[in-house]
Design a protein around this ligand. Structure first.
Ligand code: RIB
Ligand code: CA
Length: 323
């Protein structure tokens, strides 16, 4: 049986790869893409999502809903210094392509009302849309089968500050609402998990890029900026937290170690804004999430390599795509 999912995304680089898994993996039933403010400009993120649909040959097959254009109470913080345009300079003629008219928050509420208890939500950007859906309808968590969140670090270093990972840093207020809402949550943290098990070296990247399909070339070009940035800050490869998050929903056999934690996010301090406190069971706090601690890194790499080699006929020409 297929796994129904909605991907809530700030589409740039690895968000594109995550969407590709949702489109190309035969076990995935991608019901919608919902856009949230995060990595790069909102309009650019939306273009990146449509271009990702196109390279998979799926333009028009999965609805794109536009959501919150800034965090709940703060100004937007971008990661354009990491991602550039988030698409490796690739472009596409977008004429005639329109997102859905319905707001992403309303779409999340409606789609889960139509299929209560069936849909998994994979949140790979700041948690603004998910929190706003909870605030608008507190019964939303009861209708979501599971919520997979890429965010935070498991008592480890951040990436945008020493204390915080980007998604939680951008909208810590939303993250607090979400962890308190009663979802069945799985967390895919930045450190140590992503750096330990979802990092692809230049050699790995070249192998995936040589897959011979439009998707493989797209992957190599789109992820180049992350690879350069990660290396520039001492991380020896390209990081893939968002695609790992989708992969673990679709293929839980990749998970080798996980545990229940009480997760909370710092929203008051400037110094530690977005810090995720993950309590592992000895502090008397009630667990509210499963945190992934280790995955089969070799199998994850093999899965991405195989997925990116899927032959496709792009719906529209991607300008700049090397073949
Ligand atoms: O910190 C990693 C997260 O922020 C990922 O979701 C990625 O898209 C990034 O910019
Ligand atoms: Ca993301």
């Amino acid at each position: 049986m297929k796994i129904p999912l909605i991907i809530d995304t700030d589409t740039a680089q690895d968000d594109c790869v995550a969407i590709l898994l949702g489109l190309l993996d035969p076990v995935a039933d991608l019901r919608a893409i919902t856009m949230v403010a995060g990595n790069v400009g909102f309009e650019q993120q939306t273009k990146n999502a449509f271009m990702t649909l196109s390279v998979a040959g799926a333009l028009g097959e999965c609805p794109v809903f536009l959501g919150c254009r800034r965090p709940m109470v703060r100004a937007w913080v971008s990661a354009e210094n990491v991602h550039g345009d988030g698409a490796g300079g690739l472009t596409m003629d977008n004429s005639g392509i329109e997102p859905e008219a319905e707001h992403a928050v309303d779409a999340l509420l409606r789609l889960t009302k139509e299929s209560p208890g069936e849909i998994n939500v994979v949140a790979i950007g700041p948690l603004t849309n998910i929190a706003m859906a909870v605030i608008k309808d507190p019964t939303f968590p009861d209708r979501v089968k599971s919520l997979y969140i890429m965010g935070g670090s498991n008592n480890a270093r951040g990436n945008i500050t020493a204390a915080a990972e980007f998604n939680f840093y951008v909208d810590p207020d939303a993250a607090k609402v979400v962890f308190d809402a009663g979802f069945d949550i799985t967390v895919i943290p930045w450190e140590p998990l992503t750096i330990q098990d979802a990092l692809f070296s230049r050699q790995h990247m070249a192998e995936i890029g040589a897959g011979g399909s439009p998707v493989a070339s797209f992957f190599a070009q789109v992820c180049e900026a992350t690879l350069d940035f990660d290396e520039s800050v001492g991380i020896p490869g390209s990081s893939h937290p968002d695609s790992l998050t989708v992969a673990l929903l679709l293929h839980p056999e990749l998970i080798t170690k996980s545990a229940l934690y009480a997760v909370d996010v710092e929203a008051d301090s400037e110094l530690t804004r977005g810090y995720s406190a993950m309590s592992w069971g000895i502090h008397g706090l009630k667990a509210n999430a499963r945190v992934i601690e280790a995955v089969d890194a070799a199998a994850f790499f093999g899965y991405i390599k195989e997925s990116m080699a899927t032959p496709t006929t792009p719906s529209r020409e991607i300008l700049g795509l090397k073949r």
